[in-house]
Design a protein around this ligand. Structure first.
Ligand code: PGA
Length: 252
């Protein structure tokens, strides 16, 4: 059976007011209701998770979790807490978290903690720059190998990987990634994981692309062989644009 496309909205540190978050949830509830081929996941700031309607047509995730379960870890939330508060997914290793100190070892601990507590990790990987010598391939490989150390084979079907080249994310993006670039990197990530875990164990992992996804480029991106969904930042805060991306996913 064909897997459903995953459409993930990363609200980052937005919107500013709870009432705007409620309104956004309600819009997304409406646009997700009739989806058949797509799973919609919204990752708001954790404070807003309880504001999501209880009967909803979309799932909720956090934008990060800490790897300890509970205790003296000021400012952190654990996978268990996320799960108990209604989040079944968590973005882990986003470049904006890496910028604030998340190393591959920390990301590895977070991935393991999420999987143990039944929170599905959406792990972001991607090169900072594309250097002429192709050194970024090795950077990617080492990162993936460290991030996925110790993951048990039966957990792999819960893993989602988002390829997010840093140069294509957010307002400082230099350009869009091309279909060929996305295709190549997804094949490469698959190969690194197959070498780590064995080809027959990695079929359940899902692959997304993220970085300036909009209604304009979503169709081309989701047509790339191997891409099973998108991780959307800015466009997920604009109901019309997010609805359009979902519509595109439904037509594929
Ligand atoms: P963007 O963000 O769509 O605004 O580029 C994507 C992300 O950072 O996950």
């Amino acid at each position: 059976m064909k897997k459903k496309k995953l459409i993930v909205g990363n609200w980052k540190m937005n919107p500013l007011y709870p009432k705007e978050a409620k309104a956004l949830f309600s819009e997304i509830g409406k646009m997700s209701k009739k989806t058949k081929k797509s799973t919609i996941i919204v990752c708001p700031p954790a404070l807003y998770i309880p504001l999501a309607p209880t009967t909803k047509s979309f799932s909720v995730g956090t934008q990060d979790i800490f790897y300890e379960k509970e205790g003296a870890f000021t400012g952190s939330i654990s996978a268990k807490m996320a799960r108990e508060s209604g989040a079944s997914w968590s973005i882990i290793g986003h470049s904006e978290m890496r910028k604030h100190g998340d190393t591959p070892t920390i990301i590895n601990h977070k991935i393991l903690a999420a999987l143990k507590d039944h929170v599905r990790p959406i792990v972001c990987v991607g090169e900072r720059v594309r250097d002429d010598k192709g050194l970024f391939w090795n950077e990617l490989k080492t990162d993936i190998e460290e991030c996925f150390k110790g993951v048990k084979k039966p957990w792999l079907a819960d893993v989602v990987i988002a390829y997010e080249p840093l140069w294509a994310i957010g307002i400082h993006a230099t350009r869009d990634a091309t279909s060929d670039e996305i295709h190549e990197v997804i094949i490469f990530i698959k190969k690194v994981l197959a070498d780590m875990f064995g080809q027959k164990n990695v079929g359940g992992i899902s692959y997304l692309y993220g970085g300036s996804v909009t209604p304009k480029n979503a169709a081309a991106i989701m047509h790339v062989d191997g891409v099973e969904g998108v991780l959307v930042g800015r466009s997920s805060l604009k109901p019309k644009e997010f609805a359009e991306i979902i519509k595109i996913s439904e037509t594929l």
